[in-house]
Design a protein around this ligand. Structure first.
Ligand SMILES: C[S@@+](CC[C@H](N)C(=O)[O-])C[C@H]1O[C@@H](n2cnc3c(N)ncnc32)[C@H](O)[C@@H]1O
Length: 271
């Protein structure tokens, strides 16, 4: 798949079936640099008190973008472990850790059945992962189980109904974006469930922060082209309407007038 075809977020549910992971690696790297998301990550580090000596678990670590950064934050005396469902991402994470000379452990595993004993970590985090997990409450229960009493957990996730893009008329854009929210991931409204879910698994001192993360024009154009084509394929809008919408997207990207953003939430809690 090339960037011109648009990115489908469905693929993050089973990356090992995707024809190639290159476009997903590139998109995650681009997302990872967005300044407002970076702010939220830093706040997560502060609120979980992730520092020297901490034993950290990164659930759904992907190819280790944040795990590798955290590995530097926990020296001396700490350790970072990443777990991900994708064998290809785990292999890429190990390759990157070796290239950077960082001792991070990466293992393949499912967020709802974490392959670790209870109380193993001081901090357990999951960034942009639980929207893909059919039973996020089960994943949170696992995060609580593997975190020591008094330890901290952090979840960073978008709410897909906050997707914003300055293209098209309201009815068309609303129809396209609602389809994306309802189909791209299993939990498009995840942040609305997180507070009650954390309470249900016994976490306390729950704090919430958010950022409206503004996308770069390139990332927005690649992502929303895929969103429009998926809505057209499902018959939510006609092919001609989707083509016109995508043409405006492409034109705005080229002339520098493309605005797009999505709301991200950080939930932190004590176990
Ligand atoms: C959007 S990526 C985010 C990766 C990383 N956390 C980051 O922020 O760069 C979503 C990741 O969740 C992983 N994933 C999806 N479902 C999972 C599950 N049930 N258990 C573990 N990992 C899962 C995917 O393989 C993918 O690496």
């Amino acid at each position: 798949m090339s960037r011109a075809d648009g990115l489908s977020l469905h693929a993050f549910t089973d990356l090992d079936d995707a024809p190639e992971i290159g476009p997903y690696v590139a998109a995650l790297e681009e997302f990872d640099r967005l300044p407002l998301l970076v702010e939220l990550k830093h706040l997560g580090i502060q609120r979980t008190r992730t520092g020297p000596g901490a034993r950290v678990l990164d659930v759904g670590c992907g190819f280790g973008l944040e795990s590798l950064r955290l590995a530097r934050a926990v020296v001396p005396g700490g350790a970072v472990t990443g777990v991900d469902a994708s064998a290809r991402f785990v292999a890429e994470a190990r390759r990157r850790a070796a290239a950077e000379g960082l001792a991070v452990t990466f293992v393949e595993g499912d967020a709802v059945a974490l392959p670790f004993p209870g109380g193993e970590f001081d901090v357990t985090r999951a960034e942009r992962v639980l929207v893909y997990v059919p039973d996020p409450e089960a994943a949170l229960a696992e995060m609580v189980r593997v975190t020591r009493r008094g330890g901290r957990i952090a979840v960073i996730a978008p709410d897909f109904d906050t997707n914003t893009v300055g293209v098209g008329d309201r009815a068309t854009t609303r129809a396209i974006l609602a389809h994306e929210c309802d189909t791209a991931v299993v939990n498009g409204w995840l942040p609305r469930r997180l507070g009650p879910a954390l309470a249900a698994v016994g976490a306390h001192e729950v704090e919430v922060a958010s950022r409206m993360v503004v996308l770069t024009p390139d990332l927005a154009a690649a992502y929303f082209a895929g969103v429009a084509s998926s809505a057209a394929a499902a018959g939510v809008v006609g092919e001609a309407v989707a083509a016109e919408w995508t043409a405006e997207l492409t034109r705005r990207r080229a002339d520098g007038t493309l605005f797009a953003a999505i709301g991200y939430y950080l939930f932190t809690a004590t176990v």
